[in-house]
Design a protein around this ligand. Structure first.
Ligand code: MRU
Length: 362
């Protein structure tokens, strides 16, 4: 997508050496655009755990390139053991988004299928590149399918603007290109359908305020930033036509784990008879589990993310405490929206009711 008028991906191999890769430091956006070079698998793991990169698809692709770097670093004769060790390091970075574990699994399968060190390096590089390319194409297809929902609303509203509410950042910054929840929006815009996006600020990390509003602005999409508690009010007053979020893990029965607060938006949407969709590639589906509330591990993060807000003050990135210093904090990163509140799931294969997700993959 466009970043200061240039088409960009969120992650790319060093074009000359292919011995490192580059990402943007998302912790600084939208205030500063800084490119970070990742030169080792350990650095890739740190970039995921400290949220230099974030978003389920992007952390999967980052882990894939991290394991490619692990093949370059591995001691002679000890490649498989080293890969297993670095795979475990990467897998331990964040527990909820399953794309991470999916990508690590794909990489380990590919690397162990080769015998010589040179072949393992070659297959690791090719597989990581393929995981990236597939993510781009899956996100594009999510947009092609999701466009039909926005077109229907547009026709029903006789050409009036379609109002979409989204939570967190499930845009191209969370993926490689297009995004998941944003892809139907970008496709609608290309199709000439007028769209407007309500952007939840998404405390505590403010991915909506910092990232979604930034990337929508960069693409020239009409949007309005709202405090997290605003969505229900807008829905009661007919100001939201559809809710589209991303997902970090979806169970075989269609329960959706996504950024904390998503469940409350789904409840409000249900109460107001507004369709609630989750948009995701197949790498976000965990076919091994069914009950998301019981079976999905929810990341708990440092309390300072809640105690402090971060923003620009006098041109400097500043952290400001908003409560007494020793206030006890609970900081759950994600919640689970049960399938009964989900109207449909948009994937690269099409749109299905949550209970019918499997039908897209047979
Ligand atoms: O903690 P993050 O920023 O990695 O979480 C990302 C999300 O939860 C997003 O909402 C998203 O829907 C999943 S990534 C497309």
């Amino acid at each position: 997508m466009l970043l200061y008028q240039q088409h960009q991906h969120t992650i790319w191999l060093h074009p000359q050496t292919a011995a490192s890769f580059f990402v943007f430091d998302q912790r600084l956006l939208p205030h500063e655009l800084k490119t970070v070079e990742i030169t080792s698998s350990a650095e890739a793991a740190s970039a995921i755990s400290n949220m230099t990169v974030r978003g389920a698809p992007l952390i999967g692709v980052t882990a894939a390139y991290g394991l490619y770097l692990a093949t370059l670093e591995a001691p002679q004769g000890g490649m498989d053991a080293y890969i297993a060790q670095q795979a475990a390091l990467l897998a331990a970075t964040r527990p909820t988004a399953v794309n991470l574990h999916w990508a690590i699994g794909e990489m380990c399968k590919a690397i162990t299928s080769a015998t010589t060190a040179a072949d393992k390096i070659a297959i690791a590089r090719a597989t990581a590149n393929q995981i990236k390319a597939d993510d781009i194409e899956m996100c594009r297809q999510i947009g092609v399918h999701g466009l039909s929902l926005l077109r229907d609303i547009h026709e029903r509203k006789q050409g009036a603007t379609v109002n979409i509410l989204t939570h967190c950042n499930a845009g191209w910054l969370a993926c490689v290109d297009w995004g998941t929840a944003t892809s139907p929006i970008y496709h609608a815009r290309q199709a000439g359908i007028p769209v407007h996006v309500w952007v939840d600020e998404t405390r505590p990390r403010n991915q909506g305020a910092n990232l979604t509003s930034f990337e929508l602005g960069q693409q020239g999409i009409d949007h309005t930033l709202i405090a997290d508690n605003t969505g229900g009010h807008l829905m009661q007053h007919g100001m939201v036509d559809i809710v589209i979020t991303g997902a970090d893990r979806v169970t075989a029965d269609g329960d959706v784990a996504n950024k904390i607060g998503t469940y409350l938006k789904a409840l409000a949407a249900y109460d107001n008879n507004i369709p609630f969709y989750a948009a995701l590639p197949h790498s976000t589906i965990d076919w091994s589990i069914r009950d998301g509330i019981k079976e999905i591990s929810i990341e708990q993060r440092h309390g300072d993310e809640v105690r402090y807000v971060t923003g620009l003050h006098n041109d400097a990135l500043t952290h400001v405490r908003i409560c007494p210093p020793d206030t006890p904090v609970a900081n759950y990163g994600f919640d689970v929206t049960p399938a009964r509140l989900v109207t449909g799931i948009i994937t690269e294969r099409g749109i299905a009711a949550p209970g019918n997700l499997k039908s897209l993959y047979v």
